[in-house]
Design a binder for this molecule. Structure first.
Ligand code: GLN
Ligand code: ZN
Length: 766
């Protein structure tokens, strides 16, 4: 029981989702890009969203609201534009970076004018958010070139809010950027610091008391020079009269803990969810003249906080820490959906277990009030939280003894094919009788408007199951016919019935829930709606067998069954926080294993298990990679290994960085892997120089991200390059990803060239 305290406790937020509860930002961005609205109207949407979000946070009872977390595309791009880091190819001459230059950097094209290569996009730490990579030249200069931050501070102040501007710190911003010519980007720091000093000075002139400087790289493995650069930089960034809250998040600080505690700043924010074990140590190390901001509410997941447990933790902390205590979500709320109250279609019980950005702020304020005014004053909220936590812990919807017993019974043999690749390949070749350089595709074919309409009509109940099945079968028949005409060797059914490669499976598995508005920004105007894995996962019935079987019935060529792998399903969902990710992944793997064996029993002899998101699940710290890769690979193998040697297992991964995980990829022991290589001109295969990949491989020869049709000769050249690294008998010819976003004419033209190239290679026995 917490008693009122003399000490004031401040509640604040690191960032609020900018997209709007109805994705207003997305629709405004896209309308602007189409030319349907002008810059002023776009800005008006920005004003409305910011005003609403600040008001919402203030109404919730927060003491300080963040400013600068709003962005028309990406906060790292905003920072680059604030610092004048606009690459020369965008031909920007102005004093201030205008909105069209800004969007041009993000998208490679402006509403008017020719195309330029956009800035590169990369995942923001281990989230599904993507930021635009800053680009540096050796002669790079920096200067203040945007008023956006200062305007927004003024805007929020005029509305009467107590504001805390948020900026990305100089070291994290530099770290996240890249130099085209590979010089040491840290060498730019001396030129950068004066601009940061100016920013802080300007904020001080605006009567800002606290500024939040994000340095998330403190949760990474940092080279010694980078660590050393922190101290000097923050010393130089000292601005008399302005207080700096250094914000770290996404993980424990570990070897950077001492550094973070002793930096010359006025406050430190820590992620007390992901670095829960470090809190005590930080309390010991942090000088009491500094503010300690405890990120106690999970900003990365959608579960309701156990407020009683959190309160107890904070209460103990307060006894121990003699300095000023602040409380906040663990990180920016950018990574969770906006408002749970819109989810009227979810049942009451499930809803009671969840908390989105809006609810998280309410939780935070309950904690603050319980700490300052005594927990009695928050009796109801604490009671509700207690009940929700108990119901979640005990619910039979979550805990399925049969699933748990199955997981407990997993043994090593279940994750191992009957024989090694050498023996399997002989058996597979005997029945598949494929030519050298066999051709295939990755799964999906163009998803026309008609296909999407049919799916929607079925979902809305406008057409019955029989009509739906008929229409989908017609589409499958068309796709099979086209592939036969093109002369492809291993066919696919085209995936017309799938909206999304994770959602499609989640909807058919027990233990998953889907929200109506649970959107989270992925990049720019692109939002994703991750499924919520709330309970033990099981498969009530076969999910893909009928479609695959129908497709196989139309052709004598082998039909490839198509599944999304367990690791990808896990990594693209909101996951349980009451058991390990590894455990949840095993449950998904067992459910998918049954699908694999059912496909085999139905006569499907080639099965592809996509693991598009295996790499992105890698932990932030290298030390943690081994554990992750171990269970991720085991889960894949558990999915894939219930079949006979004759059955050929494929996997597909579309990314270009393989070097650091190549051994784990080989451990997956898929008979065939298809990967992305076309954009990097087979550079990716460098990884295979030092490491002999043992099984078959299809390096993508057709970049499906572009509408360009690769020529036959181009494909031949790429395959010749590949043949330098991998023996020809183990090479496949295929596009680098699914074709669902493309159009038929270009797909047919490209595949025609691909098949012709394969014929050429076969005949020449390259
Ligand atoms: N089988 C999926 C498709 O072709 C794979 C998609 C992906 O790798 N992202 O669409
Ligand atoms: Zn792919």
């Amino acid at each position: 029981m917490s008693t009122p305290s003399q000490q004031n406790i401040i509640s604040h937020n690191l960032g609020f989702p900018r997209i709007g509860a109805q994705r207003e930002l997305k629709f405004a961005q896209e309308a602007y890009w189409r030319g349907d609205i002008d810059a002023e109207q776009l800005e008006q949407t920005g004003v409305e969203l910011r005003t609403r979000h600040w008001q919402q946070q203030a109404n919730a009872g927060l003491d300080i609201v963040p400013v600068g977390d709003f962005s028309f595309y990406d906060q790292v791009l905003d920072m680059s534009c604030l610092l004048g880091a606009v690459p020369p190819r965008f031909q920007w001459h102005g004093k201030q970076v205008d909105i069209d230059t800004y969007f041009r950097m993000a998208r490679g094209r402006a509403p008017s004018g020719e195309a330029t290569a956009a800035c590169e996009m990369t995942k923001w730490f281990d989230t599904n958010y993507h930021y635009l990579v800053p680009e540096f030249l050796p002669e790079q200069e920096f200067r203040l070139t945007s008023e956006k931050l200062f305007d927004e501070v003024r805007e929020a102040q005029a509305l009467g809010h107590k504001v805390k501007p948020v900026i990305l710190g100089p070291l994290s911003w530099l770290w996240l950027g890249k130099s085209k010519t590979n010089f040491d980007t840290l060498s730019l720091l001396d030129k950068l610091i004066p601009v940061y000093q100016q920013i802080l000075q300007r904020l001080l002139e605006q009567n800002v008391e606290w500024v939040q400087i994000d340095e998330p790289i403190l949760a990474l493995d940092l080279p010694a020079e980078w660590k050393a650069a922190f101290e000097a930089s923050y010393f130089q960034l000292h601005t008399r009269g302005l207080k700096r809250l250094l914000a770290t998040y996404f993980g424990p600080l570990r070897d950077n803990l001492n550094l973070a505690c002793t930096l010359p700043v006025e406050g430190l924010h820590i992620d007390a969810v992901r670095a829960a074990d470090e809190v005590d140590k930080i309390v010991d190390w942090l000088p009491s003249h500094k503010v300690l901001s405890v990120g106690i509410i999970d900003g990365r997941n959608i579960w309701r906080t156990d407020l009683n447990a959190a309160l107890q933790k904070l209460d103990t902390l307060r006894q121990r820490f003699t300095g000023e205590l602040w409380i906040a979500p663990s990180c920016s709320l950018l990574h969770v959906p906006v408002d749970l109250s819109q989810e009227t279609a979810l049942d009451a019980e499930l809803t009671s277990w969840l908390s989105f950005a809006t609810q998280k702020l309410d939780e935070l304020v309950v904690l603050k009030r319980a700490l300052t005014d005594g927990s009695d004053t928050q009796h109801n909220a604490l009671q509700l939280s207690r009940e929700a936590i108990r119901s979640r812990r005990e619910s039979t919807r979550i805990h399925q003894p049969a699933v748990q017993a199955r997981v407990a019974a997993i043994n090593d043999d279940m994750a191992r094919r009957q024989s090694g690749y050498a023996k399997r390949v002989a058996q597979q070749r005997a029945w598949l009788k494929l030519p050298l350089f066999p051709t295939t595709t990755i799964g999906s074919f163009p998803q026309t408007t008609e296909i999407r309409q049919t799916r929607r009509a079925f979902k809305n109940g406008d057409i019955d199951a029989q009509t739906y099945q008929q229409k989908m079968q017609n589409e499958i028949a068309l796709v099979v016919k086209k592939q036969e005409t093109l002369g492809l060797d291993v066919l696919v059914h085209g995936e017309p019935e799938r909206n999304d490669m994770v959602e499609y499976f989640g909807e058919q598995l027990d233990g998953f829930a889907f929200t109506a508005y649970g959107w989270v920004q992925s990049y720019g105007s692109r939002c994703v709606k991750p499924p919520v894995i709330f309970g033990d996962v099981s498969r009530p019935k076969a999910m893909t067998v009928d479609w695959a079987q129908y497709a196989q019935s139309l052709t004598h060529k082998p039909m490839k069954g198509m599944l999304t792998g367990p690791v990808t399903i896990l990594n693209w969902s909101f996951v349980r926080d009451d058991q390990s990710r590894a455990n949840t992944c095993e449950q998904i793997a067992l459910a998918l294993r049954d699908e694999v064996t059912d496909l085999e029993a139905a006569g499907i002899g080639v099965i592809q298990i996509d693991e598009a998101a295996l790499r992105e699940g890698l932990p932030l710290r290298k030390n943690d990679w081994k554990t992750y890769l171990y269970w991720a690979v085991e889960s894949f193998r558990l999915t894939a290994s219930g079949v006979r040697d004759e059955t050929q297992i494929h996997t597909h991964m579309c990314y270009s960085e393989f070097n650091d995980i190549i051994e784990a990829v080989a451990e997956m022991d898929a008979d065939v892997i298809t990967i992305e290589t076309s954009r990097s001109d087979m550079e990716l295969l460098e990884a295979f120089k030092d490491f002999v990949y043992p099984n078959e491989i299809g390096p993508g020869v057709y970049d499906i991200h572009s509408p360009n049709v690769p020529g036959e000769q181009q494909i031949i050249e790429l395959m010749k390059k590949a043949a330098k690294h991998i023996p020809a008998e183990r090479l496949w010819v295929n596009p680098d990803c699914g074709l669902k976003t493309r159009h038929w004419p270009e797909v047919e033209a490209a595949l025609k060239n691909m098949v012709a190239a394969a014929h050429y290679l076969r005949d020449k026995r390259v």
